[in-house]
Design a protein around this ligand. Structure first.
Ligand SMILES: CC(C)(COP(=O)(O)OP(=O)(O)OC[C@H]1O[C@@H](n2cnc3c(N)ncnc32)[C@H](O)[C@@H]1OP(=O)(O)O)[C@@H](O)C(=O)NCCC(=O)NCCS
Length: 187
């Protein structure tokens, strides 16, 4: 999906009206996704002001259809699959996708994939600061979607326990394959 048709803005007080009806929950009750709605409406602006994350919103006709929040991170996990020349680094630079949600009216329209690609592209091309990895702490309900992207894998295997509670066997099998393959989530 081309993102050009949407306006993109850093969240500020000016956009309060645009975000007030944002809803990423969809048909089923989901308290995790409710948290994503709540964060956008009640906390994201403060996080922007206090430098705990940056939230950007996508608007169509003045209404928010998607948002994501980014912060810096450093991955210290020695199991990460990294080139020999860089193995001695104490940590590896990562961009942290702290929150990501699409309004339910746009689910499965391709906008999530397009935005994720844009985030990765911008991180890769950034001339000021390098990120070797894109890190995120996915809700178990969203894991299957992220696994649609071959760049992603699972860093923390304790996730498996959480995932087992809500994912189908096919997804758990795919997770195990990626865990065995190694930690190749570089961008
Ligand atoms: C998860 C989310 C960000 C995905 O965005 P989206 O715009 O609905 O997804 P897209 O339409 O871009 O998906 C594109 C691809 O993923 C596939 N897909 C969509 N939903 C999927 C799902 N639940 N599981 C697996 N694959 C899925 C599509 O079939 C499509 O595949 P293709 O490119 O091979 O045709 C969005 O649905 C959302 O906001 N969900 C609620 C909040 C959430 O889960 N946020 C992430 C928190 S970690």
């Amino acid at each position: 999906m081309p993102l050009k048709k949407f306006e993109k803005h850093l969240l500020s007080e000016k956009w309060q009206e645009s975000i007030k009806d944002f809803d990423c929950v969809g048909s089923k009750d989901n308290s995790n996704f409710e948290k994503l709605n709540d964060f956008l409406k009640n906390e994201a602006l403060r996080y922007n002001q206090e430098n705990y994350s940056r939230t950007n919103i996508y608007l169509e006709n003045g209404t928010c259809v998607a948002y994501y929040s980014l912060a810096m991170n450093a991955i210290k996990d020695p199991r990460i699959n990294i080139e020999d020349d860089y193995k001695s680094l104490k940590s590896y630079p990562a961009l942290f996708l702290t929150r990501f949600a699409i309004d339910k009216r746009y689910h499965k329209s391709g906008i999530g994939k397009a935005i994720l690609n844009e985030i990765i592209k911008h991180a890769y091309e950034n001339k000021e600061i390098a990120s070797k990895f894109l890190f995120l702490d996915a809700y178990p309900e969203s894991i299957s979607w992220y696994l649609g992207n071959p760049l992603f894998t699972i860093l923390y295997s304790d996730m498996a326990e959480r995932i087992e509670k809500c994912c189908e066997a096919r997804i758990i099998k795919e997770l195990n394959v990626r865990l065995k393959k190694g930690y190749e989530l570089r961008i």
